[in-house]
Design a protein around this ligand. Structure first.
Ligand SMILES: Nc1ncnc2c1ncn2[C@@H]1O[C@H](COP(=O)(O)OP(=O)(O)OP(=O)(O)O)[C@@H](O)[C@H]1O
Length: 289
C-alpha cells in the first residue's frame, strides 16, 4: 500500500509588496518522504515553508489551497497546526532569558492543556531531545548566549520536542560545522525512518540536500522548475542556468555531488603554462661566466 499524502499544495500563490514570490506551486508530499527544496536566494523557499506552516503574516495575499494531514491551513487554529507541523526557522526568535532546556520545552506548548502545566511525559520528551542532540552541557545556558551553531541545534530541539507529523527545516545546517551537519541531519533521518515523520528541508548545500533528500524540488522565481530524484534535478546545465553558476556534477555511490568550477584558473596553473610557453632562459641568450 502506498504512503498517504501528508502535504498538498494546489495552485499556491503568494504575493508580497505587489510581487509574486510563490507562483502557482502544486506539491504533494507523502508520509515519511524527505523532500529537499533548493533554489537561489530569493527563490521563495522560506515563503513556501511559511505558507505550509500557516505562518504568513495576516494580510498576506495568498491564493490556492494548502492541506497538511488532512487539514486546510488557513482554516485551522494555530495550536492545532502546531501539533501537526513544526518549523525550524532560518532566523529564530528566542525569548529573552530562557535557557536551552526551557527553549526546547516550548516545543511542548501545543501538547500541554490550556492553563495546564507540563507533565512527566513532556519532561521526558524534552530530556530525550536534549540527550539526542548532545545539548546536555548547554541545557542550563541562557539561549541568547549560544554560538550560531549551538543555537541552531537548540532550535531544532524545540521543533523535535513538538513531535510533529511534518518537520519543515529552513536552512537547518547553515551555521554548523561538517560533523554537526551530519549529526543533526542523521538525527532527523532517524526520526523520519523510526517515527514516519515527513521532512521538507530548504537547503543551499546542493550535495548535502541530495545525500538526505530522496526527492528534490528546484524553485526559481517562485516557480517549481524541477521535481524529481537528486540525479534528475541536479543536472549541471539546469543548475548553471538557474544559479548563474559554473558547476560539474559527479556521482558518488549513485548520489550526485555538485562541484563549483573556478572561472578564473589558479595563479599557480597560469604560471606553469607561462613556463611551458616561454623557457626561463630563451635559446641563444645563455650568459657565459
Ligand atoms: N515581507 C516581505 N515583503 C516584500 N517582499 C518580501 C517579504 N518577504 C520576502 N519577500 C521577498 O520574497 C522573495 C522570496 O523570499 P524568500 O525569503 O521566500 O526566499 P528564499 O528562497 O528563502 O531566499 P534565501 O535563500 O535568500 O533565504 C524575496 O525576493 C524576498 O525579498
Amino acid at each position: 500500500m502506498s504512503a498517504p499524502d501528508v502535504v498538498t499544495c494546489r495552485g499556491l500563490t503568494v504575493v508580497r509588496s505587489g510581487r509574486t514570490v510563490v507562483d502557482a506551486v502544486d506539491l504533494t508530499v507523502t508520509q515519511g518522504e524527505w523532500v529537499s527544496m533548493i533554489g537561489p536566494n530569493g527563490a521563495g523557499k522560506t515563503t513556501l515553508l511559511h505558507a505550509l506552516a500557516g505562518l504568513l503574516p495576516a494580510g498576506t495575499s495568498v491564493e490556492g489551497e494548502v492541506t497538511v494531514a488532512g487539514r486546510r491551513i488557513g482554516r485551522s487554529k494555530r495550536r492545532e497546526i502546531a501539533r501537526m507541523i513544526a518549523i525550524m526557522p532560518q532566523r529564530p526568535v528566542v525569548p529573552d532569558g530562557v535557557t536551552v532546556r526551557e527553549l526546547i520545552a516550548l516545543g511542548r506548548t501545543p501538547h500541554v492543556p490550556r492553563f495546564g502545566v507540563e507533565g512527566p511525559r513532556d519532561r521526558k520528551v524534552v530530556a530525550d531531545v536534549v540527550d539526542r542532540l548532545g545539548l546536555g552541557p548547554l541545557a542550563d545556558r541562557v539561549a541568547s548566549t549560544l554560538s550560531g551553531g549551538e543555537l541552531q541545534r537548540a532550535v531544532l530541539g524545540r521543533a523535535l520536542a513538538q513531535q510533529p507529523k511534518v518537520l519543515l527545516l529552513d536552512e537547518p545546517t547553515s551555521a554548523l560545522d561538517i560533523g554537526r551537519q551530519q549529526q543533526v541531519l542523521d538525527l532527523v533521518e532517524h526520526m523520519r525512518r523510526d517515527d514516519g515523520i515527513t521532512v521538507v528541508a530548504a537547503m543551499h548545500d546542493l550535495s548535502l540536500a541530495a545525500v538526505y533528500g530522496e526527492r528534490m524540488i528546484l524553485l526559481s522565481d517562485g516557480r517549481a522548475l524541477a521535481d524529481g530524484s537528486p540525479t534528475e534535478v541536479l543536472n549541471p546545465e539546469l543548475i548553471g542556468e538557474v544559479y548563474g553558476a559554473r558547476v560539474d556534477v559527479v556521482l558518488h555511490d549513485g548520489v550526485p555531488v555538485v562541484l563549483p568550477l573556478r572561472t578564473e584558473r589558479p595563479a599557480s596553473d597560469r604560471a606553469e603554462d607561462a613556463e611551458e610557453a616561454e623557457p626561463a632562459t630563451p635559446p641563444g641568450t645563455e650568459v657565459s661566466s
